[in-house]
Write a protein that binds this ligand. Structure first.
Ligand SMILES: Nc1nc2c(ncn2[C@@H]2O[C@H](COP(=O)(O)OP(=O)(O)O)[C@@H](O)[C@H]2O)c(=O)[nH]1
Ligand SMILES: [Mg+2]
Length: 255
């Protein structure tokens, strides 16, 4: 039985690079995994996916056929993918593999906020799926940016009802101190509030503490796992968290 890991996050946060890097890490550890590209508009992929949505649907073809610009065509593509998803999943079921990495479209709203995507996750099976939510360090490196990303992450988890892990992507571009600081903010509403006050200066211009505490109720402060696809760092911790998601704590790490 395979586990499906959906990589989700804002444009350019590192989904495609991490799909490749995580798969590479898995093979160095002797774990089986395959990759799926669900982005119909990607031009250069650095990995060769076992299943590629572009074999069915490409952004260029949809732009031509429906006389649409790239933005409109992306939306049509998202819905066309939903129509074809059973076929794609059937092909995936033919692979005997532990993990399936699913690289989602560049712009996250095409995956997270189209009704058709819920159907996509449903077809894969909610119990066997998890979302790896990537936070771009350029935004997450400031309290105000981190709050926005945590809210996006919560919204995504809420829409799909599958376990979600928050990842601080491209952690190699931050110093050790900065990583520790961001992880601290992402673990406690008090620390996040203090940092926000420091960032914004004028307390009257910032959301109330009550607003940040409320995010606690919905699990916003689960913490962040720093990962660098470039330096191949953090994958072991991430792998353990994924195991926890699926097994509820049982350690399945191979000898
Ligand atoms: N320094 C660094 N850059 C990265 C890392 N992961 C991705 N990038 C860069 O971030 C940009 C966007 O990455 P991509 O994987 O295409 O993002 P996507 O739009 O979310 O699929 C590219 O220029 C990547 O080279 C990383 O771990 N470290
Ligand atoms: Mg991509």
């Amino acid at each position: 039985m395979s586990r499906y890991l959906f990589l989700v996050g804002t444009a350019g946060c590192g989904k495609t690079t991490m799909t490749y890097a995580f798969r590479t890490w898995m093979s160095t550890q002797g774990f089986d995994s395959i990759t799926v590209n669900l982005d119909p508009g990607v031009e250069d992929l650095q990995y060769e996916p076992e299943v590629d949505v572009r074999d069915w649907i490409t952004l260029d073809a949809v732009m031509q056929e429906y006389q649409l610009g790239p933005n409109g065509a992306q939306i049509v593509c998202a819905d066309l993918i939903a129509i074809r998803i059973r076929e794609i999943v059937q092909i995936l079921e033919g692979f005997d593999t532990e993990y399936v990495f699913i690289d989602t479209p560049g712009q996250m709203e095409l995956f997270a906020f189209r009704e058709s995507s819920r159907e996509v996750v449903d077809v894969f099976g909610n119990e066997d799926s998890a979302i790896l939510f990537l936070l771009d360090p350029q935004l997450a490196g400031r309290p105000s940016g981190l709050i926005s990303l945590l809210m996006l992450s919560i919204t995504t988890g809420f829409r799909f009802s599958v376990p979600l892990i928050n990842i601080l992507s491209k952690s190699d571009i931050l110093s050790e101190e900065d990583i520790a600081r961001v992880i601290g903010w992402a673990s406690s509403s008090d620390r996040l509030y203090d940092a926000l006050v420091e960032e914004m200066g004028d307390p009257s211009s910032i959301p109330s503490m009550g607003f940040l505490s409320a995010l606690d109720e919905v699990g916003a402060y689960q913490g962040l796992t720093p990962v660098s696809s470039e330096a191949l760092l953090g994958f072991e911790d991430l792998y353990s968290l994924i195991q926890l998601c699926f097994e509820g704590g049982e350690d399945l790490y191979k000898d």
